[in-house]
Design a protein around this ligand. Structure first.
Ligand code: FE2
Ligand code: FE2
Ligand code: FE2
Length: 393
């Protein structure tokens, strides 16, 4: 087995980077995905689920709303359960089920807004609804009742009364009983509103059982790339295009097989920070004002911070997050220049510019290869882009 396949990535760390990005888009959402994962896990433990079930439950909690495309859709889902709540659940499940280690979690996510209805919620359109979907539903509807602007312990009574009044109609009574049992501990609520919930989950959950091979990491980050590209209105395949281009350039530059695979992942994730940018800014058809421009520019900073907790990605992050830096120091967000930009970072930068100018946009056709090369060469002459041969540094 070569070293690429021995390199393990923790799935909790990787999945959290994407869901934390989705939650960053608005402070009102708080850390919704982590809260649902944590509360589901505690209820699951209370009713004696197996380690494997707990693991799938936690992954489902962490990813359950990932199919919600826009900021508005996310808000609507947190505030109420609109009739179209199934859309994001089905969309998320369809994306994630393609990846075998997440197939169970995807099945749970698909039905996480189905009301229990005194037992009718056992099936939806003739399909059996997993028991754990009802558990996620309960955890989801419970945490959205927490008012982030008020002290949490004073809210517990009101929240549990609302949930308890919906036993049988919305929720499985046995699960409501389990919630009431775990909710009798103040620590549960203090954990849910703790800014360090990420670390708390890492400490108490089945963190150690979640290692992914690097080849599986490639498959999962490819799915995440499609989630990132959903959010960018003009370019459905930008991340995949950058990933493939950068991988090819690393091959040509003589990088090892392991490094080429890492570059592919760096390409898939380079714009992850865009998940933290509101759609009305990302999709604005007219010229951006100074504040909006700053918000868009912050995406590569967020890519860096979101990937930082993933230990196996230390090297790859430096390639992914520096794609808007420029050799002459005019880029962002770290204002690096010249020698402080590694060859890997330079390759991803070139791949990003090349992909951007050759892809079609609604307002212009992508440039052909010859024209694209002219633009790249001009940027090389200006001293912003590295393109003249490969050299380390
Ligand atoms: Fe949802
Ligand atoms: Fe949710
Ligand atoms: Fe970017």
């Amino acid at each position: 087995m070569n070293s690429v396949n021995r390199r393990l990535v923790n799935m909790y760390e990787l999945v959290s980077s994407v869901t934390n990005a989705c939650d960053l888009v608005s402070p009102e959402l708080g850390n919704h995905h982590q809260q649902v994962a944590y509360l589901s896990y505690q209820i699951g433990k209370q009713i004696g689920l197996t380690q494997e079930q707990l693991k799938n439950l936690m992954l489902a909690g962490l990813l359950h709303d990932v199919g919600a495309l826009s900021y508005d859709e996310r808000h609507e889902l947190v505030e109420s359960e609109p009739p179209h709540a199934q859309d994001h659940a089905f969309r998320g499940a369809a994306l994630l089920e393609k990846f075998p280690p997440l197939a169970e979690a995807a099945g749970i996510i698909r039905f996480h807004h189905i009301p229990w209805g005194g037992g009718e919620g056992n099936y939806f359109l003739g399909i059996k609804v997993p028991f754990l979907s009802h558990l996620i539903h309960l955890a989801d509807r419970t945490v959205v009742l927490i008012d982030k602007n008020k002290e949490v312990l004073r809210q517990v009574r009101g929240i549990t009364e609302i949930i308890n009044s919906q036993r049988k109609t919305k929720f499985i009574p046995e699960l409501v009983d389990a919630l009431l049992a775990v909710g009798s501990k103040e620590s549960l609520w203090l954990d849910l509103v703790n800014h360090s919930l990420y670390e708390i989950i890492r400490e108490t959950m089945i963190f150690d059982t979640m290692d992914l091979s690097f080849d599986d990491t490639i498959k999962l980050t490819k799915i995440f790339a499609s989630i990132i590209d959903f959010r960018s209105p003009f370019t459905a395949y930008h991340s995949a295009g950058v990933a493939k281009t950068a991988e090819k350039l690393t091959e040509l530059a003589g990088f090892s097989e392991e490094e080429c695979k890492m570059m592919l992942v760096a390409g898939y994730l380079h714009d992850m920070g865009k998940l933290a940018v509101k759609n009305d800014v990302l999709e604005k058809p007219s010229k951006l004002d100074a504040e909006e421009y700053n918000i868009i520019r912050s995406h590569s900073y967020y890519t860096y911070r979101l990937l930082q907790p993933i230990k196996a990605f230390e090297q790859l992050n430096v390639w992914a997050a520096l794609h808007h830096e420029r050799l002459d120091g005019t880029g962002y967000p770290f204002q690096l220049s010249g020698d402080s930009l590694s060859l890997g970072a330079r390759i991803l930068t070139v791949a990003d510019v090349f992909t951007a100018i050759t892809e079609n946009r609604p307002y212009r056709k992508g440039l052909d290869y010859k024209k694209a090369l002219q633009i790249l060469q001009k940027q090389v002459a200006d001293g912003t882009l590295p393109l003249c041969g490969f050299h380390s540094g």
